[in-house]
Design a binder for this molecule. Structure first.
Ligand SMILES: Cc1cc2nc3c(=O)[nH]c(=O)nc-3n(C[C@H](O)[C@H](O)[C@H](O)COP(=O)(O)OP(=O)(O)OC[C@H]3O[C@@H](n4cnc5c(N)ncnc54)[C@H](O)[C@@H]3O)c2cc1C
Length: 305
């Protein structure tokens, strides 16, 4: 009850602080898998100042909060999210250039950052074209593809702690490794990224981006709701190959299935629920363990009650 009151109070205050306010917002509109029940409250936070006020309120009133980027590596439970979901908008999506560096707000889409770099003749980020996340989510996950990863270009990140303090990590402090960063499982909110690139010809940069997108569309079920690669790459193996080898391609639970196009993806092709997706994930983990002895670990993160 106390928390319900606090959330009602936050709904009013956040509007005064300039946030977009959406009570009982269905989370399936905010994750690429298109599953998930309502968040008690979703706030679109446009500035660092507004973010600080929200975080301080949440700390004082013990209201849990979660930052969601583009929701492209997230499953949200069918029962929804208790607490507040924060989306970074406005100033927190701005992109600018400083010499050969691109500085972008964490809420910016990776697509817009890649396009900005291409337009400015800055090379190094082409690998990220087609990863449907935000800059913040890419830093958090150390996203990577086609022999590139954020680690190659990300040189500094500004963040806000739950008590509203601003900090900055540089270089090795970011602890970037396979789908991991210093932010993994912390409550810090990533504010902006510094990407150090190098001059290149915009036409060549664009051609490389087009080529990688073509490869993606040929190999991945890019047209269906999914969360990308469901499982992390187990050491010495490829998750998709193991899944295929175990005869699990096309395995279905309700509206979700192992993609017939790429076994590393679970797709929600028939209006499935989060439970359907989790059902596919559990079955795959069980069968692969039974037949090959390899324990597949989820890359996709789960949020919710
Ligand atoms: C079709 C498809 C293809 C994909 N291909 C790739 C690929 O090639 N390579 C790859 O690495 N990934 C890929 N992914 C997965 C996903 O796009 C990446 O992991 C991406 O970096 C996630 O970013 P996001 O903004 O969507 O993060 P979300 O899914 O919204 O969040 C992921 C995690 O980051 C945290 N987070 C997000 N923003 C912030 C912030 N500002 N501050 C603090 N924490 C934050 C969230 O709390 C959550 O824990 C793919 C996904 C899809 C659907």
């Amino acid at each position: 009850m106390k928390q319900e009151q606090a959330i009602r109070q936050l709904t009013k205050l956040a509007e005064e602080w300039g946030c977009g306010v959406k009570p009982q917002e269905p989370m399936k509109h905010h994750v690429t898998m298109r599953v998930g029940g309502p968040a008690d409250l979703l706030l679109e936070v446009p500035t660092e100042q507004a973010l600080r006020q929200v975080l301080l309120f949440c700390r004082a009133e013990e209201v849990p909060y979660y930052v969601v980027g583009k929701g492209s590596n997230l499953l949200v439970s069918d029962d929804g999210v208790k607490g507040v979901v924060l989306l970074l908008t406005g100033d927190l999506r701005k992109i600018r250039r400083e010499d050969n560096d691109v500085i972008c707000g964490a809420g910016a889409s990776l697509a817009s950052v890649c396009s900005f770099a291409r337009e400015h003749g800055l090379s190094g980020l082409e690998f990220a074209w087609g990863i449907p996340g935000s800059a913040g989510g890419a830093a958090y996950m150390n996203a990577g593809a086609y022999k590139g990863e954020m680690h190659d270009v990300l040189t500094a990140v500004r963040y806000m702690t739950p008590d509203g303090q601003i900090g900055e990590y540089h270089g090795e402090e970011l602890q970037l490794s396979y789908r991991h960063s210093v932010f993994t499982d912390t409550q810090n909110v990533i504010l902006s990224l510094r990407l150090s690139l190098h001059p290149g010809d915009p036409a060549q940069i664009g051609a490389r981006m087009d080529h990688l997108m073509k490869l993606r569309c040929e190999k991945q079920p890019y047209d269906l709701p999914s969360s990308g690669s469901t499982f992390k790459r187990p050491e010495g193996y490829f998750a998709a190959a193991l899944i295929e080898q175990c005869g699990l391609k096309g395995l279905r639970v309700g509206g979700a299935q192992v993609s017939p196009k790429h076994s590393g993806f679970v797709v929600n092709d028939e209006n499935g629920t989060c439970e359907d997706v989790l059902g596919v994930i559990r079955l795959v983990q069980e069968k692969v363990k039974e037949k090959t002895g390899v324990q597949l670990e989820c890359e996709v993160r789960l949020l919710g009650r």
